[in-house]
Design a binder for this molecule. Structure first.
Ligand SMILES: [Zn+2]
Ligand SMILES: [Zn+2]
Ligand SMILES: [Zn+2]
Length: 144
């Protein structure tokens, strides 16, 4: 879910400002993340990147993802048992995942606000709303 004011150029500028190098492979990776508003696994991302730059190795892509994550440009989340998924850091949201059919619902951050605040007040623990999905059953699976 990229922010509206986010551009590929602004991401490139942030990498340079923090002393990082912008290689063609990294730029392709950013293009892929930018043009998708979905949750992509590292494997999905590798396939997309390699469709335009076949010479890019998966290990380069993993390394670049890690670097972009350290810069706060990319975030990852775990949706059920599947591999971690990546997207550009944008508005924070939570995920609900159906443990039966795998349907994922994105939930805007305010839904988690009172929970997050209560946990912080009572347990002094800051919940990372985006990182883990809440599992359960979607309506179709629940009513079956
Ligand atoms: Zn997400
Ligand atoms: Zn994780
Ligand atoms: Zn379901």
């Amino acid at each position: 879910m990229p922010q509206r004011d986010l551009t590929v150029e602004s991401i490139v500028d942030r990498i340079r400002a923090s002393g990082g190098r912008v290689t063609p492979a990294k730029r392709t990776l950013i293009d892929v993340l930018f043009s998708s508003d979905q949750h992509l696994t590292a494997e999905d991302i590798t396939a997309h990147v390699q469709s335009t730059s076949p010479e890019t190795s998966p290990s380069t892509i993993y390394r670049n993802l890690e670097e972009l994550e350290q810069l706060g440009i990319v975030v990852h989340a775990h949706l059920g048992r599947a591999a971690a998924v990546y997207h550009l850091a944008g508005p924070v949201h939570g995920h609900l995942i159906c443990s039966n059919c795998g349907t994922t619902i994105e939930v805007p951050s305010p839904y988690f606000e009172s929970f997050t605040t209560a946990v912080w007040n009572d347990f002094h623990f800051m919940v990372d709303r985006h990182h883990l999905a809440i599992s359960g059953l979607c309506a179709a699976c629940f009513e079956r």
